[in-house]
Write a protein that binds this ligand. Structure first.
Ligand code: HEC
Ligand code: HEC
Length: 230
């Protein structure tokens, strides 16, 4: 493996921590994204029955391992990222779509990029939405058993556990790229964390964090964060 790929992998991990402000997008923006997706359609298909064209199909792209669609002939640059099990997350796709051949040197994606930040944001939200519906993850998220949803959490214990979360999610609830998690309905919070824990929702850091948490600990965190008003 070449040194530059190692450095690149580190850069990607770092990029997860940087703010690109892709959260809180409205439904109208997602509809806008579908229109902008026309720019990609010459080469990519997405949705039911999508096939590989000039580019690979983009179903389930949220959290998909880079370069992993079978029978698609990728460049070596993408295959090297595949070897390292790097997955597509929003901040990374944002950088790729901005300047494809600068961000991933040697990529075959013959596309000049999208300079407008809002356009990229819309397109990514659109792709993610379609990804989720092709994955059927929302159905699984909602079918969390009642005995997990109804566990009574302990607020003080939740407060104790929350110190780990505060390094990224600010207690003030400010949304600066990392989503605000204060004052959520308890059940939605529990469902969100279990989605990461079960791998139904992909995000390397949140998956790692939630896998260590017991059902009781998740319930306690839900109660604590629900109680913060701002
Ligand atoms: C001219 C054709 C073309 C256009 C236009 C294009 N792509 Fe691509 N795309 C490709 C090719 C070819 C690859 C494979 C690149 C490689 O192997 O290096 C690719 C790869 C990708 C990947 C990585 C897929 C994977 O399996 O890892 C994503 C994500 C992607 N494109 C998204 C987009 C989006 C979103 C747009 C529109 C804004 C777009 N592309 C426009 C040709 C195109
Ligand atoms: C290293 C940074 C980091 C830490 C630590 C962290 N998170 Fe996250 N969290 C994130 C990021 C980034 C996202 C957005 C992931 C995505 O796009 O799915 C997220 C997403 C979430 C979401 C879903 C938000 C939404 O809008 O759907 C919840 C809930 C959450 N985190 C709770 C927690 C809790 C509880 C802890 C502590 C036990 C924690 N997080 C620790 C970075 C972090």
């Amino acid at each position: 493996m070449r040194l530059f790929t190692v450095l690149f992998a580190l850069m990607l991990v770092a990029s997860i921590f940087l703010n690109v402000g892709l959260h809180n997008v409205s439904a109208t923006e997602i509809v806008g994204g579908e229109k902008i997706f026309k720019k990609c359609k010459t080469c990519h298909q997405i949705g039911a029955g999508a096939k590989n064209r000039v580019g690979p199909h983009l179903n389930e792209i949220g959290g998909r391992v880079v370069g992993s669609v079978e029978n698609f002939k990728y460049s070596n640059s993408l295959l090297e990222l595949k070897e390292q099990a790097i997955r597509w997350e929003k901040p990374m796709l944002d950088k790729y779509l901005k300047e494809p051949r600068k961000f991933i040197q040697g990529t075959n994606m013959n596309f000049s990029g999208i300079t407008d930040e809002l356009e990229r944001k819309k397109i990514i939200e659109f792709i993610w939405q379609v990804s989720e519906s092709t994955q059927g993850s929302s159905v699984q998220e909602n079918s969390l058993p009642e005995e997990i949803l109804s566990i009574a959490g302990d607020r003080d214990y939740g407060e104790y556990l929350s110190s780990e979360c505060a390094t990224c999610h600010q207690a003030s609830g400010k949304d600066e790229g990392i989503p605000s998690i204060t004052n959520w309905p308890v059940k939605s919070f529990i469902i969100a964390l279990h989605a990461y824990k079960n791998g139904n929702r992909k995000h390397p850091i949140m998956e790692m964090i939630t896998k260590r948490l017991s059902n009781e600990e998740i319930a306690s965190l839900a109660i604590f964060f629900n109680s913060i008003n701002n």
